[in-house]
Design a protein around this ligand. Structure first.
Ligand SMILES: [Zn+2]
Ligand SMILES: [Zn+2]
Length: 171
């Protein structure tokens, strides 16, 4: 099915039924933080906090003194200077990414927006940044109908940073 049609069907289904949780297949509660991940599964999305690797932000569990690089970054020596990580690519968060990337599931952006909003460090990092989406091969673009990195860049651009949200609440 074409991505646009898939999303239209998904929206209509969501209006009639509660969305199905991408983590467990159960029904999502409309009052939960996420629309497509139920309250039981949302704690399985590991949101990155300090301490973490200074290269890729993979979290360290325990006490870390000073700067620390994870074994992946130490071995691979990435060419980029710094990466930001919102959530680990596992569990329901992995399903959100796979839905967006391979199943025409732009609905996943709704929950990705929540994850981004919860990460103040990411908001601060992209403030006034120039966002350059990674282009998609034209053949893949034709079959997918969109470039997920463009949608994510637009999302990052639109999401108010946590600090700004706080200022709006005070005003
Ligand atoms: Zn669930
Ligand atoms: Zn690392």
């Amino acid at each position: 099915m074409f991505p646009v049609l898939t999303n239209a069907v998904s929206v209509v289904k969501d209006l009639i039924f509660h969305p199905i949780c991408l983590g467990c297949g159960g029904l999502c509660d409309e009052h939960a933080d996420f629309r497509h991940v139920c309250a039981r599964c949302s704690p399985l999305m590991v949101q990155v906090q300090e301490p973490h690797c200074d290269g890729c932000e993979h979290p360290f569990w325990g006490v870390v003194v000073g700067e620390r690089i994870c074994p992946h970054c130490e071995g691979m020596r990435p060419l980029y200077g710094r990466a930001k990580t919102t959530v680990l690519f596992k569990g329901p968060a992995r399903e959100l990414v796979l839905a967006l990337k391979y199943r025409g599931g732009t609905f996943a952006l709704e929950d990705m927006k929540v994850l981004i909003q919860k990460n103040q460090a990411l908001g601060d990092f992209v403030r006034a940044a120039i966002l350059v989406p990674v282009p998609l091969h034209p053949r893949k673009l034709r079959s997918r109908g969109y470039t997920q990195s463009v949608l994510l860049a637009e999302l990052l651009e639109r999401v108010p940073q946590a600090q700004e949200l706080g200022e709006e609440e005070v005003a």
